[in-house]
Design a protein around this ligand. Structure first.
Ligand SMILES: [Zn+2]
Length: 631
């Protein structure tokens, strides 16, 4: 970690400096602003039964009672995680050390009585990695406390806020074992020179407001890290591999190549000066993280992956995950709505524009690879087809803006992952429209840069006004498209857009098995009921569709034979003996009713989407394609 302020050596000096600054400021204004920070302290040395003691000091509360909150939800996640659930032994004290009355109002909120005399609160924080079976908190958004070994500090899970005082400054002191060092994009203030023989050190971080604290993860571990500079960005890669299977130095070449390509792709854009990749490799044992992936922050990302994967696969996973997270520095960092800018951690209002924040970023993480020649044109088309196929697993008639706004509700949340599939395809269509309209001069990257120049990290847009602004800086056709397929719920005809870049998008019938296509079976055994259940694959199979079978139907028997999980494999050998034209009777259970479907055996096929270059494409279509794939 960079220790940038090396001149000041002790906390005593630090407090003098702080008072000096406060003193200077308070001379001039008539109205005295409350500039006293919240002083938060975390103790990573004296862990109590796998829990970190936390203390927050605050003074000058003017109300009789005050609430203290841990976040229910944090930006970048689209579910309620209730970080307050991991807090124990919450206590409040006055200056004399007398305990004040505390009432727990819900999972994330404590009401403190007689708060005019409040001096500090204390509590213990439990971590999420080692109890993942008991909750839904995704690893990269959670916490790890492994004494003397590793700490993943998503700070919002440790430190909360008082009342509506989210704009208050925070000074955070972290006492940590001397061998474990902080990896973070934060600048550490006041490195205290450890005394000879000291077993711990204290790091100090200062935050302008709660949102900055919540957005700044830190990993403490025995350092294994590399830094490199790409144009004006300094990148830190810090790796925790419990069995030393993977090292930062081995992962650096690919990471550097990738981020360099991303920066080249972006061209000039005002972004962060520092970026940290904090990689936690999990043993994947019962008491370790099992949700693999990442959470983006404005200047860093926390990535959790299994330690057991081979280097090549780890590099590939990191390329996919980190390239996506890194592009988040463009949006939402530089382009976001008021809902995100003034994020309410306990009563979050969600923006309508997930298609922009997640969809565009996911599309960029594909597009930059072809733009910078990291993949071939064929591989690029393959990835697009994959997205189209995956998007079919979701509700295609759901308005994206409606889903985005209501993403915390169950029906909408079920479709959330479509922001990485259809969300990316929405951006692809906009890209193609813009290239067609501008004869290849502009694409969606230019639109995004335009928005970033207009707004930037400090100026949010109003959710309702975004489409109007997009029309101003791009083309009417782009807003027409957004209105039809993102605000309204008309499914997208991908063939129509892909034709503009000289591609033929075709659905063809290809041979399959009766109950399987390639590696994808259309049936599965249910462990709970021991019955055979049809999967969503039946919708692709012309044979099963024509027989009247639907997803989630339970297969009881065919002709005279009964099937259960025990003889499920007989289905494949039995059906091999069928002949086209044979009569066939399916006995099905659907909604607790027994149904009988009489049908005839036909040649089984599935629909497969193909994407090919049209040999008869017009010169304009060819030019559009060249501009799209940077050929
Ligand atoms: Zn994302």
């Amino acid at each position: 970690m960079l220790r940038q302020i090396n001149v000041i050596r002790t906390f005593v000096l630090y407090s003098i400096l702080l008072h000096f600054i406060v003193g200077c400021k308070s001379v001039e204004p008539v109205i005295k602003l409350d500039t006293t920070p919240v002083i938060a302290s975390m103790d990573l040395v004296n862990i109590i039964e796998d829990k970190v003691p936390v203390e927050l000091k605050i003074s000058n509360i003017s109300t009789d009672t005050i609430s203290y909150y841990l976040p229910k939800i944090v930006p970048g996640t689209y579910q309620n995680n209730d970080y307050g659930k991991y807090i124990e032994q919450f206590k409040a004290f006055d200056k004399e050390g007398n305990e004040l009355k505390v009432e727990k109002l819900d999972n994330n909120r404590w009401k403190i009585g007689n708060s005019k005399s409040l001096n500090k609160i204390t509590y213990l924080v439990n971590d999420t990695f080692d109890i993942e079976e008991t909750h839904e908190v995704f690893s990269a958004t959670g916490t790890n406390i492994a004494q003397n070994e590793n700490f993943i500090l998503n700070l919002y899970a440790f430190v909360g806020y008082f009342g509506n005082m989210k704009e208050k400054k925070y000074n955070l002191f972290i006492k940590h074992p001397i061998d474990l060092e902080a990896s973070t994009s934060l600048t550490e203030y006041l490195p205290k020179e450890p005394l000879a023989g000291a077993i711990y050190d204290t790091d100090v971080f200062i935050f302008k407001r709660y949102a900055d604290l919540a957005d700044s993860p830190i990993m403490y571990s025995v350092p294994d890290r590399v830094t490199f500079t790409i144009n004006d960005i300094e990148v830190l890669l810090s790796v925790y591999s419990p069995n030393k299977v993977h090292r930062a130095a081995q992962l650096m070449p690919q990471m550097e190549r990738m981020i360099r390509a991303q920066k080249n792709f972006l061209g000039y854009i005002d972004t962060t000066k520092k970026y940290s990749v904090l990689l936690y490799l999990s043993s994947a044992k019962s008491n370790d993280a099992k949700g693999f992936g990442a959470l983006e922050h404005n200047t860093s990302t926390v990535v959790v992956l299994p330690e057991s994967i081979p280097l090549k696969l780890l590099n590939e996973s990191l390329t996919d995950i980190v390239s996506h997270e890194f592009f988040h520095i463009v949006t939402p960092l530089n382009i976001h709505s008021e809902e995100i800018h003034h994020f309410d951690y306990n009563n979050a209002k969600m923006s309508k524009h997930l298609w922009l924040y997640e969809g565009t970023v996911e599309y960029f993480s594909l597009l930059f690879q072809i733009n910078q020649a990291l993949i071939t044109k064929e591989e690029f088309f393959e990835r697009i087809l994959e997205k189209i196929n995956n998007s079919k697993n979701f509700d295609d008639t759901l308005s994206f803006t409606e889903m985005s706004e209501n993403i915390l509700q169950e029906h909408y949340n079920e479709n959330y992952a479509n922001v990485y599939e259809k969300g990316a395809l929405i951006s692809m269509c906009i890209d193609i429209i813009m290239r067609e309209k501008s004869s290849g001069a502009y694409g969606i990257l230019d639109l995004v840069k335009g928005l970033s120049g207009r707004f930037g990290s400090e100026t949010p847009f109003k959710d309702e006004e975004l489409l109007g602004i997009i029309e101003e800086i791009s083309f009417t056709e782009v807003t027409d498209f957004l209105n039809a397929h993102v605000v309204n719920n008309i499914p997208i005809d991908y063939g129509f857009y892909l034709k503009k870049v000289g591609l033929i998008y075709n659905t063809v019938e290809v041979p399959s098995g009766y109950f399987i296509y390639e590696q994808e079976p259309f049936i599965k055994g249910s462990e709970a009921t021991k019955k055979v259940v049809f999967t969503e694959g039946v919708e692709r199979s012309n044979f099963l569709r024509k027989a009247g079978i639907r997803k989630n139907d339970i297969l009881l028997g065919i002709n005279e034979k009964k099937y259960t999980i025990k003889n499920i494999y007989d289905l494949f050998s039995d059906s091999n003996k069928w002949n086209v034209g044979d009569d066939i009777l399916f006995i099905i259970e659907r909604n607790n009713q027994i149904l009988r479907f009489n049908s005839k055996v036909i040649t089984p096929t599935v629909e497969k989407i193909m994407l090919e270059e049209n040999p008869n494409a017009t010169s304009q279509q060819i030019d559009n394609l060249k501009s799209w794939v940077n050929d």
